[in-house]
Design a protein around this ligand. Structure first.
Ligand code: ACO
Length: 386
């Protein structure tokens, strides 16, 4: 750019608009000026191509998902542990979930199947993907991350792959990261992934029943592209590490000394299981979900009735119903599929979005709100203009 531009022939002055809520937000103003500058340069400098300028927005152009074939019902779980279909439905809304088949499913290959669905829906090919942002807390290996395994599986030689470990908020963190890469002009097409295999780490005895009945496996993806039309309007990310141990898997963390971390010397095998203080997580979740949704609405000068579809992380149907009631949203304004898949952690939002899109619940120009809360604690939201 710098070599091509030569001298500056004009300047556009920007007056600060702080304090006037009717005026546009600062990011919107900066984006408008960037578009204006880029349009003006293109008019006066025909030698420059449109590709030399970052586009002001990122937009989801396709969604896809994949879940394992094996359906695990509540009745089946009640043969393994002291629980019942009634308890699980009443406390969580879950009726069944999918668990991986070791002969078929890995986090990376479920993500690859979801990606191929999205590429087909958008009439794109693997070669269009320039970068991968992969949200998972259950990577195929402790290291490297699943992003590189997906890069290998899709045959995308040499492109960058980044793993995000923010549990249930992971997909929104990944979307936010991809959005910044696109708005900065670094990439034009990014694959954003949420994929998990929780089932193989669950304690399927009475001791683990408060988590074993909740989690499921699956993968969902969104393909994000640079656009001159609004798409991802804003993302809002938060964390509070004071509660890290209220929902965590300790091992194989590096916090243990040598004699405890080596597999053949491990005495405390519970460190590999999900530990969750469910009641406490629930109480924080309902507060943070509301906060972060309101933050997103305020940032975009929207009212709750402007939401066409809320896609909350599928943690517990009671949490979704609480948010729906607080925001006074109709049933058709909130998308839930926890009944069929349980809590698939980082995969839950992209799976839900992919299904919502396939059912025709997402239409052009709609305002879509995403929100999540989970381990960390972390919580996040996004407003998308479809
Ligand atoms: N079947 C039957 N009884 C059970 C089961 C079960 N599967 N699990 C727990 N119980 C019992 C408990 O032992 C307890 O019995 P007691 O009263 O005799 O002690 C009773 O049910 C009530 O237990 P609670 O834990 O208080 O039940 P609660 O209504 O809170 O539901 C649940 C538990 C479903 C886990 C809920 O707390 C929850 O959904 N929490 C939030 C989960 C969440 O949002 N996680 C964040 C995302 S996950 C991530 O980030 C990785």
């Amino acid at each position: 750019m710098r070599e091509k531009q030569g001298k500056i022939d004009f300047a556009i002055l920007c007056m600060p608009c702080a304090g006037d809520p009717t005026l546009r937000t600062l990011p919107e103003t900066v984006q408008s000026i960037a578009s204006l500058l880029s349009a003006t340069f293109l008019t006066f400098a025909p030698a420059l191509s449109k590709n030399d300028f970052p586009m002001p927005y990122s937009k989801i152009v396709a969604l896809g998902h994949h879940v394992p074939e094996t359906v695990i019902t509540n009745q089946y779980l009640s043969t393994l542990m002291d629980t019942s279909d009634e308890w699980i439905i009443e406390r969580t809304g879950i009726r069944e979930r999918r668990w991986m088949d070791p002969a078929k499913d890995t986090v990376a290959n479920m993500a690859a199947k979801a990606t191929r669905m999205a590429l087909k829906r958008a009439n794109l090919t693997e070669k269009d993907i320039e970068f991968i942002v992969f949200a998972t807390i259950t990577p195929d290996y402790f290291f490297p991350g699943s992003g590189v395994l997906l890069q290998r599986e899709l045959g995308l030689e040499g492109i960058g792959a980044l793993d995000i470990r923010n549990a249930c908020s992971g997909f929104i963190y990944a979307l936010s990261t991809a959005d910044q890469f696109i708005k900065s002009g670094m990439y034009k097409t990014i694959l954003v992934v949420g994929a998990e295999i929780q089932s193989t780490a669950l304690d399927i005895t009475d001791r683990g029943r408060n988590t074993a009945v909740i989690f499921g496996d699956g993968a969902g993806v969104a393909i994000l592209q640079a656009s001159d039309k609004p798409g991802v309007m804003s993302t809002h990310l938060h964390s509070d590490g004071r509660f890290a141990e209220e929902l965590y898997v300790k091992d194989p963390g590096s916090s243990r000394p040598h004699n405890e971390r080596q597999a053949d010397q491990i005495l405390d095998t519970t460190g590999y299981k999900v530990h969750m203080n469910g009641n406490m997580v629930f109480k924080h979740a309902v507060v943070r979900f509301m906060e972060v949704i309101n933050e997103a609405l305020t940032a975009n000068h929207l009212k709750k009735e402007d939401i066409n579809l809320l896609v909350p992380h599928q943690a517990n149907l009671r949490i979704s119903q609480y948010i729906q009631e607080k925001l006074a949203l109709r049933e058709d304004q909130v998308f839930n599929n926890i009944m069929r898949y349980g809590n698939t952690t980082a995969a839950s939002i992209p799976i839900a979005m992919s299904e919502a899109w396939a059912e025709g619940r997402v239409k052009e120009n709609d305002v879509i709100c995403l929100a999540a809360f989970g381990s960390g604690f972390t919580w996040a939201s996004a407003i998308i203009r479809w």
